[in-house]
Write a protein that binds this ligand. Structure first.
Ligand SMILES: *Cc1c(COP(=O)(O)O)cnc(C)c1O
Ligand SMILES: [Zn+2]
Length: 438
């Protein structure tokens, strides 16, 4: 295993340990095993993701009573997602992601003023480490668990950002890597994987086609697909986004969170994170309302919320928000449950609204997000206007990806640079002419 060259924050990577054969509860942490989210049947902590009795998703179980975490203890730890390690499904030491997570929670007063609200924050995973999206959280956990379980090939079905993160983490762990993506991704997304040297399979089809293929590959070849057979571990990494919001607000809940929804991992895990912090005594109060934002061109969860359905009906995606263009979300049921349980809402926004929101965020707060972040901000604007987010209640808008990867969606709408020679006179003439107009 290579020396941990990424980490700069004093986190000890710990001794090398061979993959565990069995889990002993409470040995390293309170992680006990897996259980079915629906029928609660217990399963061992292996690369299992679906219940063989009811086909429900499997999720890790913890012995919360055994967790003795205090705010003071957490504050002493390095600023990465591993500061909540007791609530993450690994048994040994973290192997990667030593600088993933603990991204800025930015108080946005200029944006708040424009929207006419009192207290607005952006949770900014556009600067997550190492690949500039929320996916570095889920991959840090899944890749660590993949090493613990002895996988030699790390793989994924991706809309772009996940492939970037899997490729980067596989590179630093020295694992073989194979990423599957739709063949129509933005240039920056493709580059952001290719630079790390994985095998990239660009499949003729949309994400849902890619995912179907990958499920067959995972069954046949036994590779570690972070979002398929390692999904139970992967999804847990997303809880850290919720943990950090609470810690960074000074150990309190906001009243509202607006989250994007693609496959439906993030939104329910933000809520699971909120609940767990209360369970282990780190925060109290009323849970936030969690709102789901999707692009109108791919809004199966929002449509299901509007229609009163329990499960989304699959759709064929057609939107510029490619990283969240999943027509058949694996965790759609859990998103719908989470939104309803907290009294949140669903909101679908058009591609022009998404672009306007990307520009609004950039021009008011200096944050450059991709269309997924434009979707959540546009969704928040709509919910505020409809009175579903009252103007005097605190609000966190999730920004999950970076705009530099999707330059093509805004580049032809931006002001071109003023082109001049080196001569001062030319500058002066241009400046005078401009003053005259103004
Ligand atoms: C993957 C992704 C999401 C959310 O995906 P879920 O599958 O719903 O967790 C949101 N934003 C960006 C930028 C993403 O890459
Ligand atoms: Zn079950």
């Amino acid at each position: 295993m290579p020396v941990d060259s990424f980490h700069t924050s004093g986190h000890s990577p710990g001794p090398e340990v061979s993959p565990p054969t069995a889990l002993s509860p409470g040995a390293n942490n309170a992680f006990i095993g897996l259980q079915c989210h629906l029928c609660k049947t217990p399963f061992p902590a292996e690369a299992l993701y679906v219940c063989d009795r009811c086909l429900g998703p499997l999720e890790p179980v913890y012995d919360y009573g055994a967790i003795r975490l205090t705010r003071e203890e957490i504050a002493k730890r390095p600023k990465s997602l591993w500061r909540y390690r007791e609530l993450l499904p690994i048994v040994g030491q973290p192997r990667t992601g030593f600088n993933a997570g603990f991204t800025p929670l930015v108080r946005c007063d200029r944006l708040a003023e424009r929207l006419g609200v009192d207290e607005l924050y952006i949770k900014d995973d556009s600067v997550n480490h190492p690949t500039l999206s929320y996916k570095d959280r889920v991959v840090a956990v899944a890749a660590t668990r993949a090493v613990e379980l002895g996988f030699k090939v790390l793989a994924c079905a991706s809309t772009g950002n996940l492939a970037n993160s899997v490729a980067a983490h596989a590179a630093r762990l020295g694992l073989e890597c194979c990423v599957f993506i739709p063949d129509n991704l933005e240039a920056g997304k493709l580059l952001g994987s290719a630079i790390f040297g994985p095998t990239i399979l660009a499949i003729a089809g949309n994400y849902d086609d890619v995912n179907r293929l990958c499920t067959q590959v995972a069954d046949r070849y036994g590779w570690g697909f972070v979002n398929i057979n390692l999904r139970s571990y992967y999804a847990e990494g997303a809880k850290t986004y919720g943990f950090e919001i609470v810690e960074q607000l000074g150990w309190r809940y906001p009243r509202h969170v607006v989250s994007p929804v693609a496959g439906g991992t993030l939104l329910p895990r933000i809520l699971r994170g909120f609940r767990e912090l209360r369970e282990v005594g780190l925060v109290d109060g009323e849970l936030p309302r969690v709102h789901a934002a999707q692009a109108a061109g791919c809004a199966p969860v929002v449509r299901a919320l509007e229609a009163g359905l329990e499960y989304p009906e699959p759709v064929r995606p057609d939107t510029i928000a490619k990283s969240i263009a999943i027509g058949n979300p694996a965790d759609g049921y859990q998103v719908i449950q989470s939104v309803r349980a907290t009294g949140g809402s669903g909101v679908a926004v058009s591609d022009p609204q998404i672009i306007d929101a990307i520009r609004l965020l950039a021009e008011t707060e200096g944050i450059f997000t991709e269309p997924a972040g434009g979707t959540t901000l546009a969704g928040a604007v709509d919910l505020i206007q409809r009175g579903l987010i009252p103007r005097d209640e605190s609000l966190v808008v999730c920004v999950t990806g970076n705009g530099y990867k999707t330059a093509e969606v805004v580049s032809d709408r931006l002001a071109a640079p003023v082109r001049l020679s080196r001569a001062f006179k030319e500058f002066e003439a241009w400046w005078e002419a401009r003053q005259a107009i103004a």
